[in-house]
Design a protein. Structure first.
Length: 348
């Protein structure tokens, strides 16, 4: 029998995970830069695998092998490629587990303050396990933008950022829409986010990417009669490790045509590129004052300053020394106040 050797593969889809701590320039968002500058930053050492890992679940790995599909990680995430001579089933689902590879990720990433506890609950002779606040990034629930007036939409695996609910509790760093404006909570708030407890990220949400947000953790629907499960997160199964940070789920044929990966059972001529954007943490700055032996909050800026890897020109140092300081790549320490407001303590 002649051996069949396949040499032709086509990209089925790609997932890019972009972290704005490494890509932004101070207050300037990476996506607002021109295409040449964006490419330069991505090619100048950016590698998401330094702080996050991507591993297909066991059932996904078996499915990929059965269809001769190839999973590969890349500096910006991962991709799946398919032979150019097979029909792919419309019910294909690829699930990829994301875990944190470097503890500093929690230092500079927004919305990593709340705990992610594991709940184990016995119910009718079975043990159910849940992990709270784990996001599920999916092309079945994703949303789009047309940044820079582009004809083709950008495809985000985050759902749309939720509208502000005046009666809901929000954690520090929560992202909300109030009309067309995008806001971020500066501290924990029990009911809505009052004007003094939020800062404006952008007056027009459509000029920003869809950042990963608190709503990406789906509601948990426990079995009837089971109590004590967290409100949002995932159900842990044998395939999902306890240390899971996020689950990425790609369906072949979701309802929205832009998010579909197949055309006539074959890879699209122009395969979709899905994006996940992690927002960098923003903090108020405090400088250590040697004479008073205390920290002084920098009052020259009215909103938190985003942390970025390369540092940025800083605000004026508090009197009497009002020279402009340049923030270090990482602050001496990030302090969480009693109301969960965030400060960067700069010790010089």
């Amino acid at each position: 029998m002649a051996e069949i050797v396949r040499t032709g593969f086509k990209r089925l889809f790609e997932v890019r995970v972009l972290h704005h701590y490494y890509l932004d320039d101070g207050f300037q968002d990476f996506t607002a830069m021109n295409a040449a500058e964006q490419e330069r930053r991505l090619l100048s050492g950016y590698d998401v695998r330094q702080f996050l890992s991507f591993t297909p679940t066991a059932s996904t790995e078996n499915l990929l092998k059965g269809l001769d599909l190839k999973f590969r990680t890349t500096p910006t995430g991962f991709l799946v490629a398919a032979p150019d001579d097979i029909t792919i089933p419309a019910d294909l689902r690829v699930e990829v587990v994301t875990e944190i590879q470097h503890p500093d990720f929690l230092q500079y990433t927004a919305l990593t303050l709340p705990g992610r506890r594991i709940f184990e609950i016995q119910h009718e002779g079975e043990l159910y396990r849940f992990k709270e606040r784990v996001p599920v990034f999916s092309n079945s629930t994703g949303t789009t933008r047309h940044l820079g007036g582009s004809t083709d939409p950008q495809l985000y695996l985050s759902g749309e950022i939720p509208n502000l609910d005046g009666s809901a509790a929000y954690p520090a760093e929560a992202l909300v829409l109030d009309g067309a404006a995008l806001y971020q909570a500066m501290r924990d708030t029990p009911a809505g986010i009052p004007a003094g407890d939020r800062h404006l990220v952008d007056a027009n949400k459509d000029t920003r990417p869809v950042y990963a947000h608190q709503g990406d953790a789906p509601p948990i629907t426990p079995p009837a009669g089971l109590t004590g499960a967290p409100l949002r997160g995932i159900t842990l199964t044998a395939e999902l490790p306890d240390h899971i940070f996020a689950l990425i789920r790609i369906d072949a044929m979701p309802a929205a045509a832009d998010f579909q990966v197949l055309s006539g059972g074959m890879p699209k001529t122009k395969p979709p590129v899905f994006e996940i954007h992690f927002k960098n943490r923003s903090t108020f700055w405090r400088y250590f004052d040697q004479p008073s032996n205390q920290f002084q909050v920098d009052t020259s800026v009215a909103q938190p300053i985003p942390l970025t890897f390369f540092g940025q020109p800083g605000p004026f140092k508090p009197p009497p020394d009002t020279t402009i300081r340049r923030k270090k790549a990482t602050p001496a320490r990030v302090i969480i106040a009693a109301d969960r407001q965030l400060f960067s303590d700069i010790i010089e």
